[in-house]
Write a protein that binds this ligand. Structure first.
Ligand SMILES: [Zn+2]
Ligand SMILES: [Zn+2]
Length: 238
């Protein structure tokens, strides 16, 4: 089975639905990003494609490297800056601030995403995309999705309220679910107290919170290929 890159799929949906670009423009961006991917592969900076990079700071680092590379700079100016345009547009997507307050837009991007990788890294934890999580937090404006009046504190370097991303159905349940769980519909923005409750609380206290999440997310999960009755949902999250 060939490798499958979820960020590529989300990026396409974003360009089409949120940015309203034509297939032709999207095609240009992909040509540019394919060239960039080949370029970075040749330099052993990535394995296959720019879409494999799940961490924003690494992506920004790669852009720096690229824009300082003589060969790339020449190629880019001969190509009328099409390559840097592709890269900048991808970064614009990955730098989640584009998604601030865009809850409705994010919902439009929900779709079933295949599971094709074993999500285990060398530390034996489940691999997850920091980019996708950050986009979800931005869309929720860092407010707790259980109750937006929950307060934490303001983070000094971002000026946003502190919030955490939580996988509604834990990634270690992936073997029971036919589609990827590291998706927008399965990540929720929570205040730290609600988040800790879901990880450490008793089932009795978690149950009403799980119900709120089910009511908010059941349709989105279904649209992402994960159809669950409330009972099945509770069995997975409680
Ligand atoms: Zn969590
Ligand atoms: Zn909360």
């Amino acid at each position: 089975m060939g490798n499958y890159w979820m960020l590529q799929d989300y990026f396409t949906a974003y360009l089409r639905i949120v940015r309203g670009l034509s297939d032709r423009s999207i095609g240009h961006y992909y040509d540019a990003l394919n060239l960039i991917s080949r370029f970075l592969c040749e330099r052993h900076l990535i394995q296959e494609t720019i879409f494999e990079v799940a961490d924003l700071s690494r992506l920004e680092e790669l852009r720096e490297i690229l824009y300082k590379d003589r060969e790339f700079v020449d190629l880019n100016s001969r190509g009328h800056h099409m390559y840097s345009a592709g890269m900048n547009n991808y970064l614009r997507f990955a730098e989640a601030d584009e998604f601030f307050g865009k809850k409705t837009e994010l919902v439009l991007l929900d779709k079933p995403m295949p599971v094709t990788e074993m999500y285990v890294d060398e530390h034996n934890t489940w691999k997850r995309s920091a980019i996708i999580r950050e986009q979800v937090l931005e869309a929720a404006e860092y407010r707790c999705e259980i109750d937006p009046t929950h307060k934490s504190f303001v983070v000094e370097h971002t000026n946003h309220q502190y919030a955490e991303g939580h996988h509604v159905i834990a990634l270690n349940k992936q073997d029971r679910i036919p589609y990827s769980l590291d998706i927008y519909a399965n990540i929720i923005c929570l205040c730290p107290v609600c988040h800790r409750l879901l990880h450490y609380g008793s089932p009795h206290e978690k149950k009403p919170v799980a119900k709120i999440i089910y009511d908010k997310r059941a349709n989105r999960l279904a649209k992402s290929g994960i159809k669950l009755s409330q009972r099945e949902f509770e069995n997975l999250v409680l």
